[in-house]
Design a protein around this ligand. Structure first.
Ligand SMILES: Cc1cc2nc3c(=O)[nH]c(=O)nc-3n(C[C@H](O)[C@H](O)[C@H](O)COP(=O)(O)O)c2cc1C
Length: 204
């Protein structure tokens, strides 16, 4: 059965966007993907919580598409998370509304993959920097999936960007078809990393 995908888009300066504009155009043509542009929908930034919760309710997968801003997301998306994922609806005792749904990001970064390495220019890997999202998904009992990344955006040629947009459309189509990217579980991977040398030495 096909998944219903809600694409929550957040870019505060869409008129000057190059990367997310191209990606969003490709996403808009995808059947089964409902594009919801937060800054266009809420120019006054007053989020209608019930409306947003109903939207999430109607979908199986939520994709958050946004540029990386200060190692996080644009402000209106943070505001969305703060207000829509409320206690008693998204999490709390006996709350299971979001259980089984998936949470995934499509993020563009100025930095290249190599600057997002442990002790590299940005000190931390992207997976580490995105942990607040990972844990938020976990608190809501949602599956947190590996993100779709577009990096080194300033040096991306127009040709490569067009290819990337097509790859994004194909990635979204897979979400609809229930061919999901792997789930991220940082704690387990950290434990595996920690245990690997010990297993090799035969002490674990
Ligand atoms: C306020 C601001 C903060 C940014 N912070 C980061 C950052 O933390 N890491 C990074 O790699 N790029 C950062 N960038 C670069 C943007 O991610 C990049 O310009 C964007 O992904 C390009 O997409 P667009 O063409 O759709 O605007 C930042 C840009 C702005 C304007």
């Amino acid at each position: 059965m096909a998944n219903k995908v809600l694409l929550v888009f957040a870019h505060p300066a869409f008129e000057s966007s190059r990367i997310n504009r191209a990606l969003l155009k490709a996403a808009t043509a995808c059947e089964g993907v409902h594009v919801h542009d937060l800054y266009a929908h809420y120019p006054e930034q007053m989020i209608e919580i019930k409306h947003e919760q109903a939207l999430v309710d109607q979908h199986d997968i939520v994709v958050f598409q946004h540029p990386m801003f200060w190692y996080s997301c644009p402000a209106l998306l943070k505001n969305w998370l703060d207000s829509v994922l409320s206690y008693g609806w998204a999490y709390g005792d006996n709350v299971g509304k979001l259980q089984g749904k998936s949470w995934v990001h499509a993020i563009s970064t100025g930095g290249s993959d190599s600057v997002y390495q442990r002790r590299g220019y940005n000190q931390f890997s992207l997976a580490e920097l995105l942990r607040p999202f990972e844990q938020s998904a976990r608190l809501c009992a949602m599956q947190y999936l590996q993100p779709f990344l577009t990096q080194s955006v300033d040096t991306l040629s127009d040709e490569r960007l067009q290819e990337q947009a097509q790859e994004y459309a194909a990635w979204l189509q897979k979400l609809v078809n229930d061919e999901l990217p792997p789930e991220v579980d940082s704690l387990q991977s950290e434990q595996a990393e920690y245990l690997a040398p010990q297993i090799e030495k035969g002490i674990a």
